[in-house]
Design a protein around this ligand. Structure first.
Ligand code: FAD
Length: 465
């Protein structure tokens, strides 16, 4: 009929006007990265389905008070690595998404909440839940659903993927389901698979070893002698947490010179040492300078490993020495771009804004609005990146360490998407916080000198609040 012809012509016109058809996308994870990815993908006109094995959103920020694990050195069932006392190590103004401020006024207005500038972890969870509510993301998430396998779908061609997922919970019933998606956006986080230090002789050492992933509260360490390996944010926090109840805390830092044995200022039961040389059957742990301590516990605060157990061999990436490779700009494996992407791999960054810009880029590329270079050009870029790392003498495991390039990277992403660069106040505040942390390691969360930047941020936030 005439009306049918008319409506067909209309729908053709509509299709032609779109940059590309809406894609059906699988997002793995509903932490900060998965949530903002879902928002950006939907804004771009796609249809994301978010798989989340936990019962709620938040990922890392979903505190798990009693991690069930038979091996305190392993990931076990614990899905978050947060300890009870954790407060953010970034000021909230810096930490939040670019267009959804993590402002204390929101906590005040809500009556309750944690209005501190460096709030406790539950405030971050509230913020992410609010983000999910505000942008209506809950309906996109399949909770209690784990992605167990992702492989290229041979039948469909054109870069489609078969995703196998299973419902968890329900009295051990585990039904698997396979569906086909146009693209996969991996947002599974990288702070749950513990990296453990190698200690010669530790097999015969009679004490207890655990990883910071499974640390929650200091009380079980009452009157014990604890050796902490590491110098990261978690090592610093946990050593101070423990010093209040443990008999002695000894920090083994591989970057400390071999002769180091220093009592820590302000503590009469905490020392800094060089790295552990070996452990002995008699309970002693020997440091590189030959000194030794009879210890009850060795706590590995030695970081985490990238892990994508659900990706089959045809995913076109490998993880070698904690470097995910090859990836164009740490997001797209050239061979399968843009049908597989990774959000959130860089570390030593302000995570949420970086996730947001990566997500905007991925969403724009998937719709065809933003162009990628050819596969060959992307591979050339990856090679050039590795050559630069080698020239600097950096090991592979530093590939995603962005300590000296995060803003350059953020601004590059922003430019690709036609988004303004990261605000100047945010860059300055990040630098001011790093300096303050070095100058006041004990109290940087409660004393600072950058109130002028806080005021500038508050002014800037007015347009969003
Ligand atoms: P995650 O939060 O880990 O989320 C990944 C999600 O994917 C999880 O919900 C997980 O259940 C899900 N998932 C994984 N695999 C599957 C699967 N196969 N199927 C289905 N679902 C799956 N950042 C800051 O900005 N400020 C801080 O102060 C700060 N402090 C930190 C302190 C600690 C101890 C740690 C560990 C991290 C801290 N971070 C901090 C970094 C923090 O990890 C990031 O802020 C951010 O939360 C990471 O988000 P994500 O979405 O990438 O990963």
């Amino acid at each position: 009929s005439k009306s049918q012809q008319k409506s067909e012509a209309k729908s053709r016109t509509h299709r032609l006007a779109m940059p590309s058809p809406s894609l059906r996308l699988a997002v793995v994870g509903a932490g900060a990265a998965g949530l903002v990815a879902a928002r950006e993908l939907r804004r771009e006109g796609h249809s994301p389905v978010v798989f989340e094995r936990a019962a709620s959103v938040g990922g890392t920020w979903l505190y798990d008070a009693a991690p069930a694990t038979s091996d305190p050195l392993a990931a076990g069932a614990a899905h978050s690595s947060l300890y009870a006392s954790l407060r953010t190590n970034l000021p909230r103004e810096v930490m939040g998404f670019l267009d959804f401020p993590f402002a204390s006024s929101a906590a005040e207005a809500g009556g309750g909440g944690d209005t501190r500038r460096f709030p406790g972890h539950d405030e971050v969870l509230r913020y992410l839940e609010e983000f999910a509510r505000r942008f209506d993301l809950y309906g996109l998430v399949r909770f209690g659903t784990e992605v167990v396998r992702v492989r290229r779908d041979g039948g469909g061609g054109g870069g489609r993927w078969a995703v196998t997922s299973r419902k968890i919970g329900e009295k051990g019933r585990r039904e698997e389901e396979e569906e086909v998606y146009d693209a996969i956006v991996v947002c599974n986080g990288h702070y749950t698979e513990p990296r453990v230090a190698h200690i010669p002789g530790v097999e015969a050492w009679p004490g207890k070893q655990m990883h910071s992933h499974n640390y929650r509260v200091p009380e079980p360490f009452h009157d014990q002698v604890v050796i902490i390996i590491g110098a990261s944010a978690s090592a610093v926090d946990i050593s101070r947490d423990l010093a209040g109840v443990a008999k002695e805390v000894h920090i083994a830092d591989r970057s400390a010179p071999a002769c180091t044995c220093k009592r820590q200022p302000g503590y009469d039961n905490m020392w800094l040492h060089s790295m552990i040389d070996h452990a002995q059957e008699d309970g002693c742990v020997v440091f590189q300078d030959g000194s030794s301590i009879k210890a009850d516990v060795i706590m590995h605060c030695t970081g985490y490993l990238y892990d994508f157990p659900f990706l089959e061999d045809d995913s076109a990436i490998t993880v070698d020495d904690n470097c995910v490779d090859p990836l164009y700009k740490h997001v797209f494996p050239p061979e399968v771009a843009p049908h597989l992407s990774f959000i959130g791999l860089p570390w030593k960054v302000i995570p949420f804004p970086l996730f947001e810009l990566q997500s905007k880029w991925v969403a724009g590329v998937l719709s065809g609005r933003v162009k990628l270079p050819s596969r060959e050009e992307m591979m050339e870029d990856v090679k050039a990146f590795h050559s630069k790392m080698e020239a600097r003498g950096w090991p592979k495991r530093y590939a995603h360490n962005f300590s000296d390039c995060q803003f350059e990277y953020d601004d590059w992403l922003a430019e690709q998407c036609g988004h303004p660069p990261i605000e100047q106040w945010r860059k300055l505040m990040y630098a001011a916080n790093s300096e303050n942390k070095a100058a006041r390691p004990e109290s940087y969360r409660d004393e600072w000198d950058d109130d002028h930047l806080v005021a500038e941020a508050a002014e800037d936030f007015k347009k969003y609040l």
